[in-house]
Ligand binder design. Structure first.
Ligand SMILES: [Mn+2]
Length: 225
């Protein structure tokens, strides 16, 4: 039986991805998926992106890929580009070939494997993934905290009453594997697991591996210091 292997936010941490894959030892029939944010911040963004494509690893869209794509789309228009890239992002854009760009543009907002849903940020209980509004699409990439009425809270505006989305999630869109919010340890809830463990910030790179109904977490220490 094939396994479903899902990697947390890699952010250009190529060496750690190699170590993590060595530990998991993917077989020909296994399916490998990233939760997005493959690129930016780390030292080997483009190298990681090429490796993912060469090894037939899939990914959903992360907010960092989304920013690059939106930048590239504006570049095609004559008007001034409203997206401002930092030096790292500019360097990535300069090094992308047309195949990389096609790959980035092809990333879906979410993927489903039976009862498992993979997405970058999070969702509200009222979300129907097969029927998303434009606003909901944008939030799926960026969601962290909600207020008590389940309204989205902008990054940095959280307070003591804010609730992390996964703590409210009732499972109606499947068992969700997500990244985006980095934590020291994978966050395991009843209907969701967060696997961004902040590799690019010096913590570790995590993956969750489903084998039939069982799952197991794998991790490698970050080499970033
Ligand atoms: Mn993110």
């Amino acid at each position: 039986m094939n396994r479903l292997i899902i990697y947390g936010d890699i952010h250009g941490c190529y060496n750690e991805l190699i170590s993590l894959r060595k530990k998991i030892n993917p077989q020909k029939d296994d399916i490998e998926v990233c939760v997005g944010d493959i690129i930016t911040r780390g030292k080997d963004s483009v190298k990681t992106l090429r490796y993912i494509q060469e090894h037939n690893i899939k990914s959903v869209l992360g907010n960092h890929e989304d920013k690059i794509i939106r930048y590239l789309q504006y570049e095609k228009q004559a008007s001034k580009n409203p997206i401002i890239l930092d030096e790292d992002e500019q360097n990535i854009v300069n090094n992308l070939n047309s195949k990389d760009i096609d790959f980035l543009m092809s990333l879906p907002l979410f993927m489903k494997y039976e009862n498992i849903t993979i997405l970058h940020g999070g969702l509200k209980n009222s979300c129907d993934l097969d029927n998303l509004t434009k606003n909901e699409k944008s939030k799926i990439l960026r969601m962290r905290y909600l207020d008590k009425n389940q309204n989205f809270i902008t990054f940095g505006k959280e307070d003591n009453n804010s609730i992390f989305w996964a703590d409210l999630y009732d499972g109606n869109q499947g068992f969700v594997i997500y990244g985006h919010q980095w934590l020291l340890e994978a966050k395991i809830d009843k209907f969701a697991i967060g696997i961004d463990t902040g590799c690019v910030y010096g913590n570790k790179l995590s993956a969750v591996v489903f084998d039939q109904a069982e799952y197991k977490l794998y991790e490698v220490e970050s080499k970033v210091n």
